[in-house]
Design a protein around this ligand. Sequence first.
Ligand code: FAD
Ligand code: SF4
Length: 339
Amino acid sequence: MSLPAFKLLRPRTVADAIEFLAKYSRDEVQDKERQSPGHLRIIAGGTDLIPSMRQRLFEPQCVLDIRHIAELKGIEPQQDCGISIGALTTLSAVEHSTVLQERFSVLSAAAATVASPVIRNMATIGGNICLDTRCLWYNQSLTWRKACGYCIKKDGDLCHVAPGGTKCWAAFSGDTPPALLCLSAEIEIAGPSGLRRMPLSDFYTGLGDSYRVLKSNELLTRIFLPAESAGYRGVYRKLRIRGSIDYPLAEVAAALKRENGHEKEGRVAITAVNPSPMLVKGAAQMLQGKRIDEVLASAIGDLAAKTAKPLTTSALTPEYRREMIRVFTRRALLDATKN
Ligand SMILES: Cc1cc2nc3c(=O)[nH]c(=O)nc-3n(C[C@H](O)[C@H](O)[C@H](O)COP(=O)(O)OP(=O)(O)OC[C@H]3O[C@@H](n4cnc5c(N)ncnc54)[C@H](O)[C@@H]3O)c2cc1C
Ligand code: SF4
């Protein structure tokens, strides 16, 4: 499938990128023609965007190629002993970074499971955080979608997954966000009025068709890992059809910090079973000050399974994916105690 025609914009700095966004994104321009939805798309590694454009999921008139913005690349220690990761840092760099492997191991482990080594050499952590949600009814060719009828996500009024509902349930399938949520990561966003910083947990909306709070004239620039999150023992578990290359179908990240043989703190997050990656609410309280055994790990597994709302947006049945969230959570917590 060929790509639709588009105008390519190539900024060299964040300031240039913001200027392009201000000029061409749909919120900012007066020109009627430019106000059509999906007028501009940002491309980083392009590993998700290009296949989607080939499928005509969107046909932007402009593509903002941010790959040449040097200031958005790299992993840098901060004065407060935290870490800053540029949005354009590749997933290979995150996977192989010694400092991340030693201090924030759950993130390197999660990055190492994305797609395949070749894709991870191009794919960026910013693109993984901003990844479009996926659905079996939506991620299809134009001909296929036309034959089945457009759904809510593509300006239609029906949902094949939850008929009668008004919400899109397309699943968020990025691998690194649950690990980042366990590490209390914050993100920096650049826009016409400067930089703003927010917890990653506030970035996602829980709606499949408008899954993130990024405005059309904004750009994700950096990810911050706080010093307090260093040294967690982390475990990552992923369900996919082909072990060598595939999006997740159910996934759990667990991170624990121990003191005197008990868990001082612990967090569990899930992805690929809801329109957003999510921290499992209540897990941190259940883990605090406890020694993890089968009973506690199973109870938190039950909680994670209740948090998961898998539907028929993805391959494998919702029942099986929910059950694997339960099983992976239990196993991840027990494995994390051995690290
Ligand atoms: C065969 C295959 C298997 C895959 N398997 C997995 C998998 O197992 N796990 C997984 O998580 N992903 C998987 N992916 C998807 C993809 O490779 C990764 O999610 C990757 O991290 C996306 O990063 P990218 O830089 O290529 O993003 P792009 O494709 O360039 O962009 C993705 C989205 O993010 C937006 N975007 C990118 N950077 C920014 C920014 N800085 N600010 C604002 N918006 C931005 C783009 O506009 C676009 O909407 C797979 C893809 C393929 C083709
Ligand atoms: S969940 Fe429903 S509305 Fe959303 S993409 Fe799938 S079929 Fe369309």
